[in-house]
Write a protein that binds this ligand. Structure first.
Ligand code: FHN
Length: 409
């Protein structure tokens, strides 16, 4: 296992889903959803020419949003490689663009002082040795299935491990690896694939030999350094066999991982801030996704949201960075994050003039608004008075009350 210290300190990263599906501009599973043959899908390959690709602008957008690591899809389930792999022709260097995309990405991240993350799909619908299953675009094509029914999983493992070796030996230090994904037992997907299909123990051994400090997720089907709840916020700190485990929630901006031109349903900055704070209050990270378009640009709507997050992080970073859960139970519409003797109360709705904090009476020496460092009066009520104290609405014993400015800063 690698040290997760930087990861649980930083708390906030950018996920980037980018590939041929970005030209389809409707979903990264478009090949599966529309059962496109390789020939039909080839049109995106033949027109992949992201002339506006500027990973430095991506890295700056992430940094300005308060993110400290960026995770880019090196290959998604369609099998298209964003680097010059020796193991396939289905790669960016054979498209009209003609150049490796990963080296400029890792260079840009490092130039902006960000950690480098790779996403890599365990699934590969393009590779002939990948046994057809319920995820495969050709799942109903009996002729294709017949032609591939004796797909050699050992050959596929060599390919999978070989490409991971390329990724972890060609681009310097890689800080984070998001494998995606195991689905053993998904009966509707013909049993699905899992650690025995990927040779996950061997794969993880290879990863740790090549990049000893790397953080790897658990989607190989074998426990890794962190777990990855997707598109939901856990109800509390996460555990594995009763032991607390590092976790990171991955979330889209608009419900789609890949660029989805007509999807205008962007999450508000307020909601995303709540997700970030909620996660930290439960000892988790947020990995927020952007899906650049087929020219290599992050959508202006996404950039607006990221900029708003950055403005919030600029003023409130100390309530996130290096923080984790508090020993106290926060009020219903709020969250606590804590770092040392600093307790941060995040209020998702602003009460009229007081907030009552059970169990904190006598525990708080001084309170201030983080936004402008202005003092907040702590209304200490003697335990005997709480029940009768009408101004405080008769709070339970041990409750601390803060008198808040009527206006929300
Ligand atoms: O199938 C993928 C999906 O396209 C996307 O990459 C997400 C991101 O975590 N992972 C898988 C679904 O869990």
């Amino acid at each position: 296992m690698s040290s997760t210290a930087w990861f649980t300190h930083d708390r906030f990263g950018m996920f980037v889903h980018w590939g041929l599906y970005s030209l389809a501009a409707r979903h990264e599973w478009v090949q599966n959803r529309e059962k496109l043959t390789d020939e039909q899908y080839r049109v995106y390959f033949d027109h992949f020419e992201p002339d506006k690709y500027d990973p430095r602008s991506w890295a700056r957008a992430a940094k300005d949003a308060g993110m400290t690591y960026v995770v880019l899809t090196t290959k998604h389930h369609d099998g298209f490689c964003l680097w010059d792999s020796d193991l396939t022709d289905f790669k960016v260097t054979n498209t009209p663009y003609g150049e490796d995309l990963l080296e400029p990405f890792v260079d840009a991240c490092r130039e902006e002082g960000l950690k480098v993350g790779f996403y890599h799909s365990l699934i590969d619908w393009h590779h002939p040795a990948f046994p057809v299953d319920g995820t495969h675009p050709r799942r109903d094509d009996q002729e294709y299935i017949a032609a591939h029914q004796y797909a050699d999983i050992a050959e596929y493992q060599l390919y999978l491990h070989g490409q991971v070796r390329e990724l972890l030996t060609r681009f310097g230090t890689i800080d984070y690896l998001f494998f995606d994904f195991s689905y053993k037992g998904r009966k509707e997907w013909w049993g699905g694939k899992g650690p025995d299909d990927w040779d996950s123990p061997g794969l993880l051994k290879l990863v740790r030999e090549l990049q000893p400090g790397i953080l790897v997720n658990d989607r190989t089907g074998v426990p890794g350094d962190f777990i990855t709840p997707e598109q939901y916020q856990p109800s509390g700190p996460m555990t594995r066999d009763g032991v607390p485990v590092v976790w990171e929630a991955c979330q889209t901006l608009n419900g789609s991982w890949g660029y989805d031109r007509d999807n205008l349903d962007y999450k508000s900055p307020e909601l995303l801030i709540r997700m970030l704070v909620d996660g930290v209050s439960k000892d988790g990270n947020l990995l927020l996704n952007v899906g650049p378009n087929g020219r290599g640009e992050i959508d202006p709507r996404a950039l607006e949201v990221l900029a708003e997050l950055g403005r919030w992080m600029d003023r409130h970073e100390r309530s996130v960075r290096g923080c984790g859960p508090a020993e106290f139970t926060a009020p219903a519409d709020g969250r606590y994050t804590q770092r040392g003797d600093r307790l941060y109360l995040h209020l998702f709705s602003w009460p009229m003039n007081h907030v009552h904090l059970p169990g904190l009476a006598g525990r708080v020496r001084y309170a201030q608004l983080l936004d402008d460092a202005s003092e907040i009066r702590v209304v200490h009520t003697d335990p005997g008075q709480t029940a009768q104290n009408t101004q405080m609405g008769g709070q339970p014993e041990g409750t601390l009350t803060l008198k808040l400015p009527i206006r929300k800063p």
